[in-house]
Design a protein around this ligand. Structure first.
Ligand code: VG1
Ligand code: CO
Length: 539
């Protein structure tokens, strides 16, 4: 039976960089989740004949949210849902299922790299027919709808059994429960040379993959251990847990410190990788060596010809503005077009759909290609393993050779977390107002070349986005400031530093950026305004 439930609007259902993210307890407030889903449905309009993909990263409230979603979809006239078994599906696997089945989009219930659990975060990523998350023009409409919503529709019926593969019905709606890993594995087999990778592991090559108790454990076991032959136990923390075992499932130098320490110890394997909560981020490590995500993107781009799916050529590449310029140098030397977009994967979607780019990435441990419309953690690791298999070189050798060829962008991101939003907003607006006065100013060895907000004009839909403030120096150094759009409380200020060197290639990143960090803190008056003398996270 379809029920219409009266509701009151919440005023805060605005999506950020990647979907709607809130404290789990906020999402669990009466009608909160339902209001948002109904606002999406209202924005889409006629749902007759529409097919959506549904899954999540298994975090707390996932199972309950999926049941509520199914009942609402049926009540709103959706034709069919394709759902991952037991409600599990990584973000990249979801994008693949959306594209493969030519669906109208999908819903991945995840707050991605944010901690989970009852006291953690919960989120909804909503994608449209492109298989990628919707542009701001659409999320603005959803937000507007959510502010005036008065009722939603839901079926009054028992929960659906999502453990059984196959087709069932709820009212007129068809529900197909699929193995979320199967299609993903097939896609990876169609991109990479799995035989070459099997040989690599047969030769004694060792790896460790840290699934961080999140969604990619089952994918990683199937691909790395069962199919490619990495030794049993190579995949650690492989069982997705509702609270990620208390971990912050964000694979970076701070939150994946265990793995980093292991790779810098005597026990280190030849290679290590990690993924985030919903499987779209990746971290790459070699023996006693860490690869920055910005360098990783440059290296993947320089080696595309080694991968069967790309060997006949790629259209071009793109990076977010905050990402280092390493990939731009590779692109320029190889006559590849490159694009610089705002932070957030949704900005790559138009470029991929219009065949302007094939590869893209962000400094925040994200890289991917046009095989789907999301970043893809396991794909990045398979790409790295393929380069190693084809060249016989170590992660460190591959990276150092890239620096020799193209110069090294010393790069690091500094996050100042838990700031008061008013203080953070004021810091940014005052800084923006100050930018025009900075050109020509000298700070020690650094002289400002130009300072301006980063503004992006999308070449496909002509939309304009302003995201972050950038100070360029005459010696190829750069500071970028942004406020995070994925947090659930307070504000996080991200300060991204880059300094390019062509000769001095073997220095410690932090030392190389120390002076620039001081300048960045001074110019934005970070300590004076926030009371913080140093960043909470360096990565
Ligand atoms: C962060 C990253 C951004 C990434 C986004 C979603 O956004 O900086 O590069 O696309 O998270 O990633 P922000 O606004 O907090 O800087 V995921 O893996 O959380 O979907
Ligand atoms: Co993620």
């Amino acid at each position: 039976m379809i029920k219409t439930i009266k509701t009151t609007a919440y005023g805060d259902q605005k999506m950020g960089t990647g979907g709607l993210r809130k404290k789990t307890k906020v999402m669990m407030q009466p009608n909160y989740f339902e209001n948002f889903i109904q606002s999406v449905f209202n924005t889409i309009g006629d749902l007759k004949g529409k097919v959506f993909v549904v899954g999540g990263d298994g975090r707390f409230f996932n199972a309950e949210a999926i049941q509520r979603f199914i009942k609402m979809a049926a009540a709103n006239g959706v034709k069919k849902l394709i759902i991952g078994q037991n409600g599990f599906m990584s973000t990249p696997a979801g994008s693949n299922v959306m594209l493969k089945n030519h669906t109208d989009g999908g819903f991945i219930f995840s707050a991605s790299h944010n901690p989970g659990g009852e006291n953690g975060d919960f989120g909804v990523k909503y994608a449209n027919h492109t298989g990628g998350q919707v542009p701001t023009s659409v999320s603005d409409k959803i937000y507007a709808n959510s502010k005036t919503i008065t009722e939603y529709k839901i079926m009054d019926c028992p929960n659906i059994d999502l453990s059984k593969l196959g087709t069932q019905h709820l009212g007129d709606m068809e529900i197909e429960v699929i193995d979320p890993v199967k299609d993903y594995v097939e896609m990876m087999e169609s991109i990479f040379d799995f035989d070459a990778l099997k040989k690599l592991f047969k030769s004694g090559f060792t790896m460790r993959f840290d699934a961080m108790n999140a969604v990619t454990g089952p994918y990683a076991i199937r691909i790395f251990e069962d199919i490619l032959g990495a030794s049993k136990g190579s995949v650690i923390r492989a069982v997705p847990l509702p609270d990620f075992g208390g971990l912050h499932p964000d694979p970076n130098l701070t939150y994946a410190k265990d793995l980093v320490d292991f790779m810098f110890s005597d026990k280190a394997t030849d290679f290590a990788g990690a993924n985030d909560g919903d499987g779209d981020r990746n971290m790459i490590l070699g023996k006693h060596f860490f690869v920055t995500p910005s360098d990783s993107l440059a290296i993947l781009t320089d080696n595309y010809h080694l991968i069967p799916a790309y060997k006949n050529g790629i259209y071009g590449v793109a990076k977010s503005a905050a990402t280092s310029t390493a990939v731009c140098r590779v692109a320029a030397k190889n006559n590849l077009p490159y694009y610089v977009v705002p932070t957030g994967w949704k900005y790559f979607v138009n470029l991929m759909d219009s065949k302007r780019i094939t590869l893209c990435g962000e400094e925040s441990f994200g890289s991917g290609s046009s095989h789907i419309r999301e970043k893809d953690g396991i794909w990045a690791i398979l790409f790295w393993l393929s380069i190693i298999a084809a060249t016989g070189k170590t992660v460190e050798q591959i990276t150092r050779e890239n620096w020799k060829k193209y110069g090294r962008s010393y790069y690091m991101r500094f996050d100042f977390e838990g700031l008061d939003t008013t203080v953070a907003d004021k810091l940014m607006s005052d800084l923006e107002a100050k930018l025009p006065t900075l050109a020509g100013k000298k700070f020690g060895d650094y002289e400002v070349k130009q300072a301006a907000p980063f503004v992006y004009n999308d070449p496909v839909d002509n939309s304009t986005t302003k995201n972050g403030l950038v100070i360029d120096f005459t010696n190829d150094a750069k500071i970028t400031y942004r406020l995070s759009g994925t947090g659930s409380t307070g504000a996080t200020l991200r300060v991204y530093l880059e300094r390019l060197e062509y000769n001095d290639l073997d220095q410690d990143t932090f030392s190389m950026l120390q002076e620039l960090l001081k300048i960045a803190m001074q110019v934005a008056e970070i300590t004076e305004r926030t009371g913080k003398t140093k960043a909470d996270v360096n990565t």
